[in-house]
Design a binder for this molecule. Structure first.
Ligand code: PMP
Length: 425
């Protein structure tokens, strides 16, 4: 019979090492918030395939919608023969993305592709080529998005310089000493030192940084960023690939930020486990690119559109935004109780159910505890809990458990995290 170890050997021989793997586990099947590996061991899934499974593994309504679509049509390429699920999904996304103006949506397949296209659209709409991105940002692994991603190792190390015209501003992060004023000043500094505002097409920001450590952009920062963009005719792109689809308590995190973006990228949990992503924005901006300039063979695949439409229905029917608040409260309370006993946990933070804890040696905010963080991820897995870390300093533990997870499963996961801290600190 198959073992994780034998599968790992085949993987190492057949797959390049650049494709990392956090847990030496091969999944066999899954349901809602549990995954069973090839050896028959069950794990609690607090990772959700990196923010993809807000509706859980194999949600029955999503499976049914995809099965129905599977018997009708799997592919035409939307640019050859169109189909209704693509248009219907765009209509629904247009209605859900914040902003009191006419919107249009482009569908693609991955978050990186969505960001690539948002930048292309911003360039076409403004006639400018520069883009400002932030420290600690994660926007993808394609060439342009690697340039935007604010972490060299491991993402772009060894690959040479990424495309030019990208400028780096500081993401506000109080715990690491970057104030909102510092952050705004870093943009003003770019305008003074590197590029005139009239050469900047867009500023791209994650309203809550995902890979960067679940740092929440303060509302007053967002207001000042919006004002800067308006002053200089720069477009604001909200990358909601990780924050979107209800993770933060609203369908999009920008609903809580007090300002609206010109362009919004989405992916991950919008598809409930099927590959779909897109860019939604002001209609006139979205129309800046001429026919033929947008699209892709598989972009907006019918199966993925059917899945995404089902995700939206599940959110309504199961009131998942309300459930998100309950999950957020339970996780926050549980994690704060662990923090009260362990000085290593410097902060419990997040927005909605996008919650993380940041670890420091002896609680000293100048000494990120990367080793302890990876030890906890490994020990939790040995105890049956799949966790993910993140953060510029590799010292943040994040929770991306399905919003459909039962309270009892959340409590079991929290208990395992508590045990790990008791044993390792
Ligand atoms: N933007 C953000 C905010 C992300 O978190 C990610 C993925 N972690 C991406 C873009 C890239 O998405 P994908 O991996 O689907 O290309």
């Amino acid at each position: 019979s198959k073992t994780n170890e034998s599968m790992m050997q085949r993987r190492v021989a057949a797959v390049p090492r650049g494709v990392g793997q956090i847990h030496p586990i091969f999944a066999d099947h899954a349901k809602n918030s549990s995954v069973v590996d090839v050896e028959g061991r069950e794990f609690i899934d607090f990772a959700g395939g990196i923010a993809v499974l807000n509706t859980g593994h194999l949600h029955p309504k999503i499976v049914k919608a995809v099965e129905e679509q599977l018997h009708k049509l799997t592919h035409t390429c939307f640019q050859v023969l169109a189909y209704e699920p693509y248009v219907e999904l765009c209509e629904k996304i247009n209605a859900r993305v914040p902003g009191n103006f006419a919107k249009k949506t482009l569908l693609v397949t991955t978050g990186s592709e969505a960001v690539e296209n948002a930048v292309k659209i911003a360039r076409a709409a403004t006639g400018r080529a520069g883009v400002i991105a932030f420290t600690g940002a994660y926007h993808g692994r394609t060439m342009m998005t690697l340039g935007l991603t604010g972490k060299v190792a491991p993402y772009s190390a060894g690959m040479g310089l990424m495309p030019g015209g990208i400028f780096r501003a500081l993401y506000p992060c109080a715990i690491h000493g970057v104030s909102v004023d510092d952050s705004i000043a870093s943009i003003e500094r770019i305008f003074k030192n590197d590029a005139e505002p009239r050469d900047i097409a867009a500023i791209i920001i994650e309203p809550v940084q995902g890979e960067g450590g679940f740092n929440v952009a303060p509302k007053d920062f967002m207001a000042r960023l919006r004002a800067l963009c308006d002053e200089h005719g720069i477009l604001l792109i909200a990358d909601e690939v990780q924050t979107g689809a209800g993770r933060t308590g609203t369908f999009f995190a920008m609903e809580q930020m007090g300002v609206v973006a010109d362009l919004t990228t989405f992916a991950k949990s919008v598809g409930g486990g099927f590959p779909i992503a897109g860019v939604c924005g002001k209609a006139e901006i979205m129309d800046a690119i001429a026919p033929g300039g947008l699209g892709g063979t598989y972009a907006g695949n019918p199966l993925s559109c059917a899945a995404a439409l089902a995700v939206l229905e599940v959110f309504e029917e199961e009131k998942l935004l309300d459930r998100c608040k309950a999950v957020a409260e339970r996780l926050t309370t549980g994690l704060k109780a662990i923090q009260a006993k362990h000085k290593e946990i410097g902060e419990v933070r997040g927005l909605g159910a996008m919650i993380a804890i940041e670890l420091f040696e002896d609680g000293d905010h100048a000494r990120p505890a990367a080793a302890l963080t990876s030890q906890i991820v490994a020990r939790a897995r040995d105890k049956g809990l799949i966790l993910l870390s993140c953060g510029t300093y590799y010292n943040v533990l994040r929770v991306l458990v399905p919003l459909t997870a039962e309270d009892e499963l959340l409590d079991r996961g929290l208990a395992i995290i508590a045990e790990c801290f008791d044993e390792l600190t």
